[in-house]
Design a protein around this ligand. Structure first.
Ligand SMILES: Nc1ncnc2c1ncn2[C@@H]1O[C@H](COP(=O)(O)OP(=O)(O)OP(=O)(O)O)[C@@H](O)[C@H]1O
Length: 258
């Protein structure tokens, strides 16, 4: 079957320095793959390249089509990105911000249709954001805002979701709620999820496969119990951890070194 994401020998240089140095990976349609790795490993850069936000035209294909062959509107119907800290337009309401997700469906110089508004209201309800629809985005708390960013991506109706640290600003309850919702949507609508996460236990609980990135290279990839090992985490994170069996995958507990 054609993979949702295919990355072949991806090299990215930023500010004159090599950031990604020959990354290869595939994400099957319907799969959830999470990229982990220490700070500065290149995780966000990889996600941006897959989302078409960097010039890497030859290395990335989405659902069998090279990125370079997709026009921006076409690309936006296929892939939706939730960046780590998206720009918040001044004075914009929650409703209008989430409505931006419908841009690929609105004709140039046209207005949103009743179906666009219905799609937005449905997503706001699902994410428990309906009460905020008239609020100025900038006045929301970090966690509320993060749910609005996700709402915009879901309203886009793309089949591939790229989530860069989607729950970093959320409390543990909202973190679970958002990840469960993403997983439900994935199963119900056949979405593919390609994410980055720092919480290794949570990453392992939700992903089918993990990709461990270090210094711009994939150093391990596979099911969570093959990647979340004490040895790999000591080598690449310099972390002292204990890995214990959980119901949905390994749980990584940091242990204070002697
Ligand atoms: N525009 C840029 N110019 C120069 N260097 C950059 C640029 N953007 C990113 N980098 C560098 O590329 C490296 C990888 O950054 P990236 O944000 O992809 O890492 P990351 O794995 O997502 O890190 P973190 O876990 O800290 O979010 C970092 O060393 C960063 O400083």
């Amino acid at each position: 079957m054609t993979p949702a994401v295919e990355v072949r020998d991806l090299h990215v240089r930023l500010g004159g320095a090599p950031i990604l140095a020959g990354v290869d990976l595939t994400v099957a349609a319907g799969e959830w793959v999470t990229v982990i790795g220490p700070n500065g490993a290149g995780k966000s850069t990889l996600l941006r390249a897959v989302g078409g936000l960097l010039r890497a035209p030859h290395a990335v294909s989405l659902f069998g089509t090279p990125l370079r062959a997709l026009r921006p509107r076409e690309r936006a119907r296929v892939v939706a990105t939730v960046a780590q800290s998206p720009v918040v337009p001044a004075g914009m309401s929650v409703l209008d911000y989430v409505l931006l997700g419908r841009t690929p469906y609105i004709p140039p110089l046209g207005r949103e249709s009743a179906a666009d508004l219905a799609a937005v209201r449905e997503v706001l309800d699902r994410l428990d954001l309906a009460a905020f629809h008239g609020r100025e985005l900038a006045t929301l708390s970090g966690g509320e805002r993060q749910r609005v960013f996700l709402a915009r991506a879901l309203a886009q109706g793309a089949t591939l979701l790229l989530l860069d640290e989607p729950t970093s600003a959320l409390d543990i309850g909202h973190q679970q709620e958002v990840l469960e919702l993403v997983d439900q949507l994935r199963r119900a609508h056949g979405l593919t999820v390609f994410a980055t996460m720092h919480d290794l236990s949570v990453a392992g609980e939700y992903a089918d496969r993990l990709v461990l990135l270090a210094d711009g290279r994939v150093v391990a990839a596979g099911p969570p119990r093959e990647v979340l090992t004490q040895e790999l985490l000591a080598t690449y994170y310099r972390a002292h951890v204990r890995v214990i069996d959980g119901d949905h995958g390994p749980l990584v507990v940091p242990i204070r070194p002697h």
